[in-house]
Ligand binder design. Sequence first.
Ligand code: HEM
Length: 581
Amino acid sequence: YRRRIPPGARRLPGPRCYPIVGRVHDIPEQSWLKFYEWNKQYGPIYQMEMFGDVHVWISSEKVAHELLSRRAPIYSDRPVIPNLPDNRTSGDYLALQGRTDTWKRQRKLAAQLMAVSANAALHEYPTAERDRFLYLLSRDPSQYREAIEQFTTRTVSRLSWGSPHPSAVLRETTMGLLETISPAGALPNVVSWLAHLPAFLSPWKRKENARHAREAALFKGNVHYVHDRLEEGNAEPSFVRTYIATLAKNPADAAKWGSEAEATYVVGQMAIAGALTIGSPIQSFILAMLHYPEWLKKLQDEIDRVCDDGRCPQWEDREKLHMLRAVVKEVVRWRPPVPTVNPGYRYDRIPHALEKDDVYEGYFIPAGSTIHALEWGMTRDEEMYPDPEAFNPDRWLNPKYPTYKEPLTIYPNLNGFSQFGFGRRTCQGVPIVDQDLFLVMGGLAWAFNIRKKRRPDGTEVPVHWNDYTPLLIAKPKPFEFHAEVRDDRKQDILQRMWEDGKWEDDKVEEMQMLDRKNIVTGKTISRATLKKEMVEEGDIGSDRGSETSTDGIGTGEALSSVHSTMSFSDLQSESEKDIWT
Ligand code: HEM
């Protein structure tokens, strides 16, 4: 590409690279820290050549807006993922598609589903699931990661299909997709020639094919379920119900919003995006409260003052809960959920791709470059975020900080925040994220005193500051903490919240979460006893032990039957695998 550099322009600065592999050898697991280091050395935009491709890293919001937003017509493509070679062309991956007509139509549909649904009763789901989550956490805080993943997947399942039931399979297929597209998960994303192996020689292809088939069956089964409920007149509000009932009424609508088969995948992709991401800032919130207990106290004071009848914060309270919104935003800034994670640079989270040669401030950027917005670097910009390593929600509330914005009844919020991308590819789930995080972080502060654990000799059990997992979405590695319900009244309210929101499958999920502990008595019971109890109470069928949920969904049956075939062994293996580490 050097021959294409126009007169007067020059290459972007960047670290010296070795032939072919570039600098793949000296990238640590938490790659974003290394990229940030280079950002400080080479400036807010730099490049590296790896495996024959040019990768450009942007760590300034201003530059990212200049290129990814203002020059969006040429900066909105996506690169090929070696281990998922049809990601740009297949209609099955909204977030990973190239800048194609299919992507444009699907993005429009996703926006419309969010807009219509914002007016519907969908807001009740995150609240109901939040209530359930708080109660489960109060029973056993050590299972916080499991409880959080249940919250995120159940909420997004209900938003998508009007039922929490698909959440268990959704968790598995979503995790599988992460492995498929991450360098840390599949070798062809690092050694790209492996992507050309035929399926019979490629364990990665076989794995992805099986995952995709399972996912397709899940998505189709869920849409059948909504059709069935619509016919019976009892469909709960959901994205799919919105599509069927309001957007696809006549053939012309199908041209505008896409066919039902396409909408099935658009909703599925939104569910995946929601299942993947929101758990990260919830875990980071707990971490922040352990290291900055003064902010937990301030938050509790605000909540107690605004919700003076003792209620748990509701979405309707948001205008008055300024500090809670500031805490939400600061958690996302302090520990970005998708901070560019790619030990092999072949593919990280969801970068942009440049379609035409471009020149920015005298620097040449060749067509085909992969453009990475470096979230970690952006959130460490000292001009915008003074003392950036400090967790300081005040930066959103106090006029002395550059990020302060009025009116406080509206700001801060997550709209337009750099952590959700740029230009035409910005995240489409921000309203859901805003609401989920507000409700959960507010609920946690309302319900619990969270603090570091102490050993019998009185010393504190140490908690890491920044030890995060590298699989596309960065989540804190496990840490220990103590969470106790703040007072008896809140304990009673939590119990009521749980009773009000109970679903018929809760017993199964309790077992999954609590690792076979009885949620009421706290006693651990054996799997055999639990299975017997569940059979007796009709939670699972006596003859279903050997069935897999794949069998159930493989037939494309309605969702209700999908979950009646969710086997006991599936759930057991789930809790044992602990795939969410
Ligand atoms: C903490 C939670 C989340 C974070 C940090 C996050 C972040 C992001 C980022 C950084 C992008 C890429 C933007 C770009 O390429 O410029 C993205 C894309 C996307 N997100 Fe999210 N997201 C979150 C949750 C969600 C949720 C809940 C949904 C849907 C229900 C969602 C739906 C999408 C979609 C559909 C895209 C692809 C847009 C496109 O390629 O056109 N996200 N998200």
